[in-house]
Design a protein around this ligand. Structure first.
Ligand SMILES: Cc1cc2nc3c(=O)[nH]c(=O)nc-3n(C[C@H](O)[C@H](O)[C@H](O)COP(=O)(O)O)c2cc1C
Ligand SMILES: [Mn+2]
Length: 497
């Protein structure tokens, strides 16, 4: 399977990698990353950080364009967004289990106990108001379900507290949150492996809504057509990917034992939504890294320019769920980038009967991936390309005359209204909102969908942009002038996933 440095090498051969030196890990790297993400620009590889020896590297803007996403998953670099979505639906999925090996590049450097120091890596602070240095953004967090034995992999942010301790923030309902709770309920710590420079396919699978019961390792193996090589971890026995860049083993302590202030981190909605709060910590027991290690950075960036083709990790699974629910006639689905690939759903449908469009819209809100923080579902006729917002809005601007109710209409907007949401205890992350809002319940006046975006904005209006330091602006000028007409960036902008 293509590892991170192999992927960067391919990007380089494709003229799609920018290598920078002597950048500050504190905000400057984050700012440059954001500028390049916004341009749909090249992948970035940083080296020679001030105060760090050469060869301790960070890579960002990895999977932010359709072109690089395709390369990362082994598809031709000319693949379209819909080509990728269809492949990621994995309709003929069969698990390809990882294989155990005795050794691999990840063991080139190994540290245990007192010898562990996470500050040996130039861990970035990405955005102006971030509460810490985040070693885990392009991360794969690996846990084993104690009941079923299944390995789950998710992307969950990891903040450095000290040399041997990190904070791990997992949102409610995520598979790793459910697994971690199983250990805690027995009064045990949860064993965990955190991979800070995973193979692209492992990271992208971990970021995706792979259904419960399917290991993201098996999913990635299926997509790669070959198993991932893993080494059983000395401390946890969990699989340590043999070709990853930086991996730690550790234990996530029960909240009764220890909590520490985590966050805030500029988040994927473009806001500091979560604030800072008491969160569980992981004690790091073992640290492994390759020679000249590369830390993967996928910092959240304001939609639609999130540094990742966010749509791909949700759309294919929603499409599958809709068909499983018996909805026929679906021509395309798109979780629009402006909603961070989650909050705005567009379905293109060949309507076959009265109520069909409404049924599709409601099924979307009722499905696992489609309902998580859902805000708006738009169902359009099958001649409309759901990935093209102009096409979709064009329908709205030109409604068909004489349509009535929900029957064979040209376009539906499915908005779900509630009468009792003020008292609802089930607002997404309501505990977080409570802590942010002086202990008050989150206000949810009129939306039923488990929405928080607009409420969050009211609570804390800080945007997640990195500071545009003068040095970073200099880089922007430099980049534009070294690339005549910025044609490379311009064409990539159209491409942005
Ligand atoms: C870059 C990135 C950062 C993310 N950060 C977090 C996070 O900090 N906490 C979290 O619970 N989910 C986070 N997610 C979302 C989860 O990784 C995603 O929902 C994944 O499907 C969870 O795995 P699961 O399906 O096994 O629950 C992030 C996703 C991406 C792509
Ligand atoms: Mn999972």
């Amino acid at each position: 399977m293509l590892d991170l440095r192999g992927f960067l090498q391919k990007a380089k051969e494709d003229g799609d990698l920018l290598e920078l030196e002597e950048v500050d890990w504190d905000l400057e790297l984050g700012t440059i990353t954001e500028l390049l993400v916004e341009k749909g620009g090249a992948a970035l590889l940083f080296d020679k950080f001030k105060g760090y020896p050469e060869g301790y590297r960070v890579a960002t803007n990895l999977y932010g364009t359709v072109r690089r996403f395709a390369v990362a998953i082994g598809m031709p670099n000319t693949s379209s967004r819909m080509d990728i979505i269809k492949r990621w639906r994995a309709l003929d999925f069969t698990p390809v289990k990882p294989v155990e090996v005795n050794t691999g590049p990840i063991l080139e450097n190994a540290y245990f106990g007192d010898d562990i120091n996470l500050y040996q890596f130039p861990v970035p602070r990405y955005h102006e108001h971030d509460g810490g240095r985040y070693i885990g953004t392009g991360v794969a967090v690996i846990m084993r379900d104690p009941d079923e034995g299944e390995i789950n992999v998710g992307v969950q942010r990891v903040m450095v507290h000290d040399e041997k301790t990190v904070g791990l923030y997992i949102s409610p309902g995520k598979h790793n949150a459910l697994i971690r709770q199983k250990y805690w309920s027995k009064g045990e710590s949860c064993p965990v492996v955190m991979d800070f420079g995973p193979a692209p396919l492992l990271f992208l699978s971990a970021a995706s809504h792979v259904p419960w019961g399917i290991s993201e390792f098996d999913w990635a193996g299926y997509l790669a057509n070959e198993p991932i090589e893993v080494i059983p971890g000395k401390i946890t026995g969990l699989p340590v990917p043999a070709n990853s860049e930086i991996v730690v083993e550790g234990e996530c302590l029960p909240p009764e034992v220890e909590l520490r202030i985590e966050g805030p981190l500029g988040e994927w909605t473009g806001y500091y939504a979560g604030g800072e709060r008491q969160e569980p910590v992981v004690r790091v027991k073992a640290l492994y890294h390759r020679n000249k290690p590369i830390l993967a950075g996928v910092p959240p960036i304001k939609p639609p320019r999130y540094a990742f083709a966010v749509q791909v990790r949700t759309t294919p699974f929603l499409w599958n769920d809709l068909e499983k629910a018996g909805i026929r006639g679906i021509k395309g689905v798109w979780e629009h980038e402006a909603g961070g690939g989650r909050m705005i759903t567009i379905i293109s449908l060949k309507q076959e009967y009265g109520g069909h469009a409404m049924q599709a819209g409601l099924a979307a809100v009722g499905s696992h991936g489609g309902g998580y923080m859902s805000k708006l579902v738009i169902v359009v006729d099958e001649d409309i390309d759901p990935t093209d917002l102009n096409d979709v809005l064009w329908v709205k601007a030109n409604p068909m005359p004489n349509f009535r109710g929900t029957r064979f209409t040209n376009a539906h907007e499915i908005l779900i209204w509630a009468s009792k949401s003020k008292k609802s205890r089930y607002s997404f992350n309501h505990h977080a909102m409570k802590s942010l809002n002086g202990g008050k319940q989150m206000r949810s006046d009129w939306y039923l969908p488990l929405c928080t975006g607009s409420e969050r904005i009211k609570i804390d209006g800080k945007k997640a942009h990195a500071t545009q330091k003068p040095e970073a602006l200099l880089y922007r000028v430099l980049l534009a002038s070294t690339d005549p007409g910025s044609s490379r960036f311009a064409s990539r902008t159209d491409d942005q996933g």
